[in-house]
Design a protein around this ligand. Structure first.
Ligand code: HPA
Length: 267
């Protein structure tokens, strides 16, 4: 069955109104815990990347198992949320932005399925890593849900779990980052490596370090107010067929194909 998925992080641990059943999916990279929709939403898979009780820190999330599990379940399209801090002053806390690109400052994460040897080797194009067709659909549908989405934002991913220093944030801003988070990478590029359509909406819950004030102040209430409408928007976009051309299924340049059973065999 062709399925669609919603991945959430900080602050979103269920989808109101959707009956879900937990399921552990064993992958070559470890187990992933997902929730599969029931009844009318049987083609929906829900994954909370920190786990249902938010115990897994950003640098310990098994991103490969999560993305591979979705692929094994037949997922072709993914919409994700990312809680972020705002670097760009035009995105104050409470803003929602459709991510358009990322900068990766993580370290020590298992960030590819193409690890060489029997896992094969491929280089994957990262132009438009966030699916342009899904991004367009999010922007087109948002007003019907009373949501205003900033159409583009560059996400810098840090390793966490500590927040950044003010000097780091000044540097990321100069490098072109608009928002900062800890979980967007390698999730997005891994989805592209498996040729899935992936888009993400960032919601700002604080000014990044040093941008305003002397300490990080998290605003969860703004997010809680927007969450039901954001999830309804996701469900609506995932019900529609992809309406524009996108590069998502033709970005992987294989140098050495993976051997069967090593994870890349489902490309
Ligand atoms: N920095 C990194 N990750 C975050 C932040 C931040 O300020 N806010 C929410 N996730």
């Amino acid at each position: 069955m062709e399925r669609v998925a919603i991945i959430t992080g900080t602050g979103i641990y269920q989808i109101p109104g959707v009956h879900l059943q937990s399921r552990v999916v064993s992958t070559p990279y470890g187990d992933a815990l997902v929730q599969v929709g029931q009844g009318e939403e049987e083609n929906l898979v829900f994954l909370t990347r920190h786990g249902p009780d938010h115990r897994t820190p950003p640098h310990k999330i098994n991103y490969r198992a999560n993305i591979k599990a979705l692929k094994m379940l037949g997922v072709t399209r993914i919409l994700a949320t990312n809680a972020v801090g705002s670097i760009n002053p035009v995105l104050p806390p409470g803003s929602l932005a459709v991510l358009s690109d990322f900068i990766d400052f993580t370290s020590g994460r298992q960030s590819t399925f193409f690890d060489g040897g029997s896992a094969g080797l491929a280089h994957t194009d990262m132009h438009d890593v966030y699916c342009p067709a899904l991004r367009q659909a999010l922007l087109a549908q948002a007003p019907a849900f009373g949501l205003s989405l900033v159409p583009e934002a560059v996400y810098v991913c840090t390793n966490g779990p500590r927040f950044e220093t003010p000097a780091e944030i000044r540097m990321y801003g100069r490098l072109g980052a608009d928002v900062v988070g800890m979980t967007g990478v390698p999730e997005a590029p891994l989805a592209r490596e498996l040729e899935m359509h992936y888009a993400a909406v960032a919601f700002s819950i604080n000014w990044a370090a040093g941008v305003a004030g002397q300490a990080i102040e998290i605003d969860r209430q703004g997010l809680e107010a927007l969450t039901p409408r954001l999830l309804d928007l996701f469900l609506q976009v995932l019900r529609l067929p992809l309406s524009a051309d996108c590069p998502c299924t033709r970005s992987v340049m294989v140098m050495h194909p993976p051997q069967t059973g090593q994870g890349g065999d489902i490309l």
